[in-house]
Design a protein around this ligand. Structure first.
Ligand SMILES: Cc1ncc(COP(=O)(O)O)c(C=O)c1O
Length: 366
């Protein structure tokens, strides 16, 4: 079975007969500096809470997030990863027809289908380095076709995954205005926006009536195993989302770890500084591999097209044999058979990957 997502070090470890920690995982894009040191302490301290149910509404975490964004905590709902909220949104808002911009994160479409709806797709063009086609999108939302197609919602992932392309806050604001005028919902997935805060529309989007912003603590705060995410929207919308979130969906340790994570501003700043520097270096060494096309990144991963003659599936498989797990994007609608996504990891790990990749691609050319 092919994984729809990255990060399954367990399956690879079983296959290679090694420990999961021996795999260097470039397939899930997690802050390589790890969580704030405060998080480890919070996890240890939170162990005493396991004999109690967690706070069902994540009150303390929502207070902290409310303070962070300068918004009312009643405009926030927490979930078991932002994935739970992606799953809940179509049912809670009774969405039937969602516009997606491919290539993008596949779970919006799957959630729509689970809820009995469907998607209408438009495509970012390879020739434009997969820049999100805002004009095309706005044209569609604002057209007669929008009614014919019975569109009721649109999702944008900003920065987008797997391409790493980002829209400006002004562009997003424009889409939100058009969507509101057309009475369409706009779901804005900002799972990776901590890496480009100037492009985020939080906190202002909290007062936009038909917009839901999703945030994740998985990537930037490096808590993928704890599953913490949240949505920001108008109070009435949050109430609707809450009706569909199962009780106690966010466990006690996750709540305490998240609280510690968002409270450590110094670690957050260090993480951004590190990423910006290392990503630049990583991109320049990748670009030096003959025939590799590197799409301009904006988050903590890099979208790459392998040289002609290579297939993402083959390269992913060969790297896996060396304990290097990358994301094969060839099955992502709108991406080419040569597309891969690489997380930016620590310098020594990035060098190891580049060396393995250069050796493999060089062998072929030679
Ligand atoms: C763009 C995007 N949004 C949301 C998610 C879900 O993240 P989580 O449920 O861990 O918050 C992912 C996970 O890969 C993602 O790539």
């Amino acid at each position: 079975m092919t994984d729809v997502h990255g990060g399954n070090i367990y399956a690879v470890a079983r296959e290679l007969n090694c420990e999961p920690e021996e795999i260097v995982d470039f397939s899930a894009s997690i802050n390589p500096l790890g969580p704030s040191p405060r998080v480890w302490k919070a996890i240890v301290a939170a162990c005493r809470l396991v004999t109690h149910y967690p706070d069902p509404s994540g009150w303390e975490l929502r207070q902290a997030l409310g303070r962070q964004w300068g918004i009312d905590p009643e405009q926030i709902v927490v979930g078991n990863g932002s994935m739970e909220l992606i799953d809940v949104i179509p049912r809670a808002l009774q969405l039937r027809r969602l516009v997606v911009v491919h290539p993008t994160f596949s779970e919006y479409e799957r959630a729509m289908v689970r809820a009995g709806g469907s998607v209408v797709a438009i495509y970012a063009k390879r020739a434009q380095d997969y820049a999100i086609p805002i004009d095309h999108l706005v044209q569609l939302l604002d057209s007669k076709e929008s009614k014919t197609l019975a569109l009721d919602s649109v999702v944008l992932c900003n920065p987008n995954s797997p391409t790493g392309r980002v829209c400006s806050a002004d562009e997003i604001t424009h889409v939100a205005e058009v969507a509101a005028r057309r009475r369409l919902w706009l779901v804005l997935d900002e799972a990776f926006a901590d890496y480009c805060p100037e492009q985020s529309v939080l906190p202002q989007a909290a007062s936009w009536p038909r917009v839901i912003v999703l945030r994740s603590l998985t990537k930037f705060y490096a808590l993928p195993g704890l599953r913490v995410g949240y949505a920001v929207a108008a109070r009435s919308v949050i109430r609707r989302l809450r009706t569909q979130v199962p009780p106690w969906s966010l466990n006690a340790i996750g709540q305490m770890a998240a609280l510690a994570a968002v409270g450590d501003q110094a670690h957050a700043e260090k993480s951004v500084r590190f990423l910006v520097r290392e990503r630049e270096r990583f991109v320049s060494v990748l670009r030096a591999i003959p025939g590799c096309r590197v799409i301009p990144p904006s988050a903590n991963y890099v979208f790459v097209e392998l040289p002609r003659g290579w297939r993402a599936t083959t390269v992913t498989e060969q790297l896996k044999r060396q304990g290097l797990l990358i994301r094969d994007c060839s099955s992502v609608p709108g991406a080419s058979a040569r597309a891969i996504r690489l997380a930016v990891r620590l310098p020594s790990e990035n060098d190891r990957l580049v060396k393995a990749l250069s050796a493999m691609l060089g062998n072929f050319n030679g």
